[in-house]
Design a binder for this molecule. Structure first.
Ligand code: SAH
Length: 513
C-alpha cells in the first residue's frame, strides 16, 4: 500500500482559522505526529487516533518517525502551527525523504496543506500592518548563525520592509531581540509602530501596540510575533496600519493626510508604479534604486496648496513670483489648473514654514481637493467694488470647507458676469444693488450647461446666509463624490430653491447632410 505524508499547517490555533482541507487531512490520516502543545490544540479533531507527540527540539526525529510510518503504508498527519512551510515541518520532511532517495514517483505520496502563518494572523489582529512589502525573520540561532540573522535584519531595515520577527525570545535566548532592536533603531525612527502579538487566536491571546524605542518594556516570549512597521506605518485608534504606498500629502486642512483611495490609483500619485505600456524591468529597477537613494535624503511628503493674490485682486507681484520659485525649488511644481488657480506641490516635511512664508508674501491660500473654492472676478480692476466685501465674507466663511466633492462658487461684480459665474456650481451675480443666484451649473463635459437661475434681486444682507444654507444642505446630504449639480437634481431642492430640469439641447444637423 502507498503511504502518504500529510504535512498540515493548522493556522494560529483556533479551529475557525484552520482550512477545510487541513481538517479533512487530520480526519483521513491514520496517525498524528506533532509537538505536544500543537497536538493538544487540535485534540478534538484527532479523536482516538494514535498520536506521536514529541518535544520542540526533536524536529528531525519527528520527521524521521513520520517517514517511517509512511513507509509502512500509513497515512501520516504531520502537524505544524501556522503554515508548515514557514519555519515548520515541510522542508524537514522533504530533506529526510530526499536523503532516502525519494522522488515524486516513489511509494510515498506527499501533500503539503497550507495554513495561515503568524505574520498574517498577528497582522490581522493588529489592524493592517503588513500591506506593503514585508518579510519574516526568525531570531532563533538554533539552526542559523547569528551573523547571518544580523545581516538580514540590517538589510530589511535599510530597505524599509515591514518585518515580522518570529521566535523573538525564549527562556535561554534573550539577547537576540535586544540586538535586533539596536540594529532597527539605526534605520528607523524610535516612534516606529511595533505590534506584539502573543498566542494569536488562542486562549491566552495578548495584543500590545508599542514603538521601536519602548518595545522591550513589554512581555515578549516564545509565542510572540513582533511586527515592526515601515517608515509610513501609522497608528489610528489602537490599530497599526501601513498605507499601500509611500507618498503622503499635506494640505491646508489636514496637516498630514494619506492619499484617498481614488487618488492613490492615479499614476501621478504613485509615480513609481509600473508603466502600463512598455515595461523595461531593468530600467525600472535601476530607477527605483536611484529613487530610493534620493529619497533617503529628501523629504517624503508633498504639501499641496492653491495660491492667489486675493479674492478680487488678480495681479501677482514679481516679488510674489520670486517667493513661489524659491519655495517650490527644483523638485516641486507650479501648475496653472483648468480651474484657473495656481497650484503648488512642494516637497517638504515642514508645511507650517511654507504657509508662513506664503502668508508673509501676501498670498491668499486655499486647500486643494474636495473643498469649496470661490472664484471671483476682478470687479473691473476694483472699479465696481460694492460687492467685494460679500465675496470676501464668503471666502472667509466657507473657503476650504471640506465637502462631498469640490464645489465652486463663481462670484461676479456686475451683470456682464465675464468670469463665467453662471457656469459654476453656485453662481452669484451682483446687479442693480442686489444678487442673482444660479444653482447647479455643469462646467465641463459635452453636456455642460449654466446653472439654473433660481432667484433675482436677493438683498445684499441676505446673500451670505442664503448661500450658507445651500452649502450646509449639500455638506450634510450629498453622497461622497456627488457633484453639486447631481445633488440638486437628486434632491429636487436645495436651500428652498426648486430644481427644474434643463431643456434638452436641439439636435443640430451637420452641415451638408
Ligand atoms: N509555522 C509557524 C511558525 C513557527 S516558528 C507559522 O507559520 O506561523 C514559531 C514562532 O511563530 C513563534 O515564536 C511565534 O513568533 C510565531 N507564532 C506561531 N504561532 C503564533 C501565534 N498563534 N501567535 C503569535 N505568534 C505565533
Amino acid at each position: 500500500m502507498r503511504g502518504k505524508l500529510l504535512v498540515i499547517g493548522f493556522g494560529p490555533g483556533s479551529v475557525d482559522h484552520m482550512t477545510k482541507r487541513a481538517r479533512e487531512a487530520i480526519e483521513e490520516s491514520d496517525v498524528i505526529i506533532g509537538y505536544k502543545t500543537y497536538v493538544e490544540l487540535v485534540a478534538d479533531l484527532i479523536g482516538d487516533k494514535p498520536v506521536i507527540s514529541t518535544g520542540m527540539t526533536e524536529e528531525v526525529s519527528r520527521a524521521q518517525e513520520a517517514v517511517k510510518w509512511a513507509e509502512r503504508g500509513k497515512k501520516v498527519a504531520v502537524i505544524s502551527s501556522g503554515d508548515a512551510g514557514v519555519y515548520g515541518m515541510a522542508g524537514l520532511i522533504y530533506e529526510v525523504l530526499i536523503e532516502k532517495g525519494w522522488t515524486k514517483d516513489s511509494r510515498i505520496e506527499v501533500e503539503v496543506i497550507p495554513g495561515i502563518s503568524a505574520i498574517h494572523s498577528c497582522g490581522a489582529l493588529l489592524g493592517a500592518p503588513i500591506m506593503h512589502d514585508a518579510c519574516t525573520i526568525s531570531l532563533s540561532d538554533h539552526l542559523t548563525p547569528w551573523t547571518l540573522i544580523e545581516k538580514r535584519i540590517e538589510a530589511a531595515a535599510a530597505a524599509d520592509f515591514v518585518i515580522a520577527l518570529y521566535n523573538p525570545k525564549s527562556g535561554r535566548r534573550t539577547q537576540q531581540i535586544v540586538e535586533a532592536q539596536q540594529i532597527l533603531l539605526r534605520y528607523r525612527r524610535p516612534n516606529t509602530p511595533v505590534g506584539l502579538v502573543k498566542s494569536a487566536y488562542r486562549e491566552r491571546q495578548q495584543i500590545v501596540l508599542t514603538d521601536l524605542e519602548h518595545m522591550l518594556e513589554h512581555d515578549i516570549g516564545m509565542l510572540t510575533t513582533v511586527i515592526i512597521g515601515n517608515s509610513s506605518t501609522f497608528v489610528h485608534d489602537g490599530l497599526m496600519i501601513t498605507p499601500r504606498g509611500y507618498q503622503r500629502k499635506y494640505t491646508l486642512t489636514a496637516l498630514e493626510q494619506p492619499l484617498k483611495p481614488h487618488e492613490r490609483l492615479r499614476k501621478e500619485a504613485e509615480p513609481w508604479a509600473l508603466d502600463q505600456t512598455k515595461p523595461n524591468v531593468r530600467a525600472i529597477a535601476e530607477e527605483a534604486v536611484q529613487k530610493f537613494a534620493r529619497q533617503q535624503k529628501q523629504p517624503t511628503s508633498i504639501f499641496e496648496v492653491a495660491v492667489s493674490p486675493g479674492v478680487a485682486n488678480k495681479t501677482f507681484s514679481s516679488q510674489q513670483l520670486l517667493v513661489l520659485a524659491e519655495l517650490v525649488g527644483d523638485k516641486g511644481t507650479i501648475t496653472y489648473t483648468p480651474e484657473h488657480y495656481i497650484k503648488l506641490e512642494i516637497q517638504t516635511d515642514d508645511p507650517a514654514y511654507i504657509v508662513d512664508r506664503l502668508k508673509e508674501a501676501q498670498f491668499l491660500l486655499a486647500p486643494v481637493g474636495d473643498v469649496l473654492t470661490i472664484k471671483a472676478c476682478d470687479f473691473c480692476d476694483g472699479e465696481k467694488k460694492e460687492a467685494i466685501p460679500y465675496a470676501e465674507k464668503l471666502h472667509a466663511q466657507f473657503g476650504g470647507m471640506a465637502l462631498p466633492k469640490e464645489l465652486k462658487i463663481g462670484f461676479n461684480g456686475c451683470g456682464m458676469a465675464c468670469y463665467g459665474a453662471v457656469r459654476e456650481d453656485i453662481g452669484i451675480v451682483y446687479r442693480k444693488g442686489a444678487f442673482d443666484l444660479f444653482l447647479g451649473g455643469k462646467t465641463i463635459g459635452r453636456n455642460a450647461h449654466p446653472g439654473q437661475l433660481v432667484a433675482e434681486g436677493i438683498p445684499p444682507h441676505e446673500i451670505v446666509a442664503t448661500v450658507a444654507c445651500i452649502i450646509q444642505q449639500y455638506k450634510e446630504h450629498g453622497h461622497p463624490n456627488e457633484r453639486f449639480h447631481k445633488f440638486f437634481e437628486r434632491n429636487k431642492q436645495v436651500g428652498g430653491f426648486m430644481y427644474q430640469k434643463q431643456p434638452v439641447p436641439l439636435e443640430v444637423p451637420v452641415c451638408g447632410e
